[in-house]
Design a protein around this ligand. Structure first.
Ligand SMILES: *[C@@H]1O[C@H](CO)[C@@H](O)[C@H](O)[C@H]1NC(C)=O
Ligand SMILES: *[C@@H]1O[C@H](CO)[C@@H](O)[C@H](O)[C@H]1NC(C)=O
Length: 262
């Protein structure tokens, strides 16, 4: 906590005091580029499956939707340094609300809300994930961070199922240990615009706002929003989005949210 405050103070100082640029550079080149603040962890949810063989940037397979190029930057908050060679898993729903490996589970509104509550209860009792219904793997993948702590995916903007606002699940491992589990989110005004686009508009009336999603509220989702997001061509979001999010974590600690902590 204390180091976070110091970093924030130094960052503000460095931003204001242009003349002290050299000094700021000495404090670490990443100080100004990244936020070394612990990102709150979030629930793992019932649909994680470890697929270590799915090392790929493009996770779309046959899924069509709004292309989303998503860059993660992983920082070690104890040192304010990038984490090199962490593996990062992401998994998410397609534009219709389906998860791969669970395509028999309908994203239908009310059932899904009840099922989600049941899942949460089951998970809090330490019961493993929901049993897969099939072997599809779309919108799942693993990447390793480079020396700047960065890893990039090419996916589609996630869909929603009635109780859940659009989100992407993230899990990070360092030397095989699960160090971070969370869900990342998007701004409501962006979601509002995406609801007008095909194929998302087919389910537009089912999309809740972030604040109406109880998991978003419970997990402090407002601290895990992909803030840096823009149209890939610089003009229209309908052609695709590019986003970046920094996740701060302590790589010496095992995640408290990991169900199969390894
Ligand atoms: C997935 O594929 C394996 C190997 O082909 C098979 O044994 C298993 O039953 C499949 N699982 C499901 C849920 O379909
Ligand atoms: C990167 O991490 C993987 C798995 O955690 C490990 O097997 C590999 O040796 C690491 N590579 C480097 C260069 O540290």
């Amino acid at each position: 906590m204390k180091s976070t405050i110091i970093i924030v103070l130094l960052s503000s100082l460095c931003l204001i005091q242009q003349t002290s640029a050299k000094l700021c550079a000495r404090m670490g080149r990443h100080l100004l580029e990244t936020t070394c603040v612990l990102t709150p962890e979030g629930g793992e949810g019932p649909y994680y499956i470890s697929y270590p063989e799915l090392i790929r940037k493009d996770i779309r397979e046959d899924r069509t939707g709004l292309p989303l190029q998503l860059k993660f930057t992983l920082t070690d908050v104890t040192k304010c340094e990038p984490i090199h060679n962490a593996s990062i898993d992401i998994w998410q729903a397609d534009p219709y609300g389906f998860y791969s490996s669970y395509t028999k589970n309908s994203p239908d509104a009310r059932r899904r809300r009840r099922a989600a509550v049941q899942d949460e209860k089951r998970l809090s009792l330490g019961v493993p994930h929901a049993p897969p219904t099939d072997n599809t793997t779309f919108l799942r993948g693993v990447q390793f961070t480079d020396e700047n702590g960065e890893a990039e995916f090419l996916t589609v903007f996630p869909g929603w199922y009635s109780s859940r606002t659009p989100h992407i699940h993230v899990m990070a491992h360092v030397n095989g240990k699960t160090v971070h589990v969370s869900q990342i989110y998007f701004k409501n005004d962006l979601i509002r615009n995406i609801k007008r686009l095909s194929p998302y508009k087919q389910r537009a009336n089912l999309a809740p706002t972030n604040e109406a999603d109880y998991i978003f509220r419970r997990d402090n989702g407002h601290l895990a929003i992909v803030n840096q997001i823009k149209p890939t061509d610089g003009r229209r979001i309908s052609r695709g989005l590019t986003g970046q999010i920094t996740l701060g974590m302590d790589p010496s600690k095992t995640s408290k949210k990991a169900l199969n902590a390894s």
